[in-house]
Design a protein. Sequence first.
Length: 277
Amino acid sequence: MRICHYKDDFDHESQEVCMHLWNEPDFYEHTHDYWEIIVITSGRTDHILNGAVYTVQAGDCLFIRPSDIHEFRRIDEHPCTQVNVMATPTYMRNVMNNLNLHMYNAFKTDRRPLQLHPDKATYTKLQGFIDKFFFTHCAEDNETAIKFIINEMLNLFYYCYLYNATDRNYPECVNQLIGKMMSRHYISCSVSDILTDIPYSHVHLNRLFKQHTGQTIANYFLCCKFEYARKLLLSTDFTILAICQMIGYSSPAYFNNTFKKLYGYPPNKYRKGATKT
């Protein structure tokens, strides 16, 4: 069978990102040398990815890797509309590496489908930026909207895909919690916030979580928050107060003391690379 190498209006020699609306009922089997994020905005269709068939519908989001072979086939008379976000491998590698050093290789080499159905609040936020792209005339804002969508989707996939991986021997609810705690999407939340969608009592969850990880939920989440703060200290110019607030704390004193307890230095000295005195 001949596989087409798809060429479209994405000039990835001069563009980092691009986005367009697609509403054709079917699209032939093809591959391409860039990354593609697909947001299904209405209807449903069969998505054939690397030979396997998956039914997708409004609200679903897909990641298509370079060299993935895929196509769409209509399954009923209802039209399917989708937004396609495209990005160069270089851009995606840089964005992923800013989130996690292992993320790019994990996403690129694993052949499992990268597909999720965001919660209503997240999807509404994404839809707002999609609408902004299609209805604004400001090119700079358009690029900002596209990059926001890419960043949000990467955070969601990082949570749903990497940390809900099926090769873990943890119960599903433990994997779900780990995913939330490791995701930047939830980094400013409280423990009670991340427990709201999980249908078990907090006592049972904490007991189960400690049984499998050796830590309480609160301590695990605290470590995730401060690991994210540590990366921000090293890779950004954000003030220490801003970083403190970004991970959900209002007390700089608590932030400084906890950071020193975990890493041996207060955050200002850690950022400067000072030796322990």
